[in-house]
Ligand binder design. Structure first.
Ligand code: CMX
Length: 149
């Protein structure tokens, strides 16, 4: 039988899953479905023009599900849906200092998408680590606005 073990991979601050991003074709239609599954009415919708997406944020315990609908054909979400269909698009984790994280991960040779953080949903500053650097998972790093952190 294989033995189990523990490894400490970080000794810094606690990181959390901020949200799980799901690419969808039709936000309202998907929202109606997810409201039935999650029985949650506290949904917020928002447009994020910098990312060319419309998002619906569904709180789920300490984290959120973020439904992402492309606002145009040039949106990365539109390309994703065209190539892979609807589904889980990214996992977002919180970081204390996004500029420091970008510097650190870039120095480690990871492919960070935006060298300067951009404005994401909910006033968060965001960047992404390319799925080719993370064994196939698009990872979003986000720094919460001061009032929320
Ligand atoms: N997850 C896993 N793999 C993905 C992926 C994803 N979400 N998107 C693309 N890929 C894969 C592709 O399948 C492809 O793999 P193969 O080469 O093996 O076929 C490879 O990555 C390259 O794909 P691509 O479409 O050419 O992608 P780019 O190199 O141009 O990378 C990407 C761009 C994926 C990082 C970008 O398009 C993207 O998704 N950016 C994030 C945009 C976003 O989510 N914005 C919303 C933010 C809202 C918020 O939270 O505030």
């Amino acid at each position: 039988m294989a033995s189990m073990g523990h490894q400490r991979i970080s000794k810094g601050i606690e990181m959390k899953v901020d949200h799980i991003g799901i690419a969808v074709k039709d936000l309202q239609d998907t929202l109606n479905l997810y409201k039935k599954i999650l029985e949650n009415s506290e949904v917020q919708t928002e447009e994020v023009p910098t990312e060319k997406v419309r998002v619906a944020i569904i709180p789920l315990g300490d984290t959120r599900i973020e439904l992402l609908e492309p606002m145009s054909d040039e949106s990365a979400i539109a390309k994703f849906i065209k190539e892979k269909g609807e589904g889980v698009h990214h996992i977002a984790v919180t970081v204390e200092d996004i500029k420091a994280s970008i510097g650190k991960l870039s120095a480690e040779g990871l492919r960070v998408l935006y060298p300067e953080p951009r404005l994401g949903s909910h006033g968060k500053m965001i960047t992404f680590v390319h799925p080719k650097s993370t064994r196939g998972v698009l990872l979003e790093l986000c720094q919460l606005p001061k009032r929320e952190s």
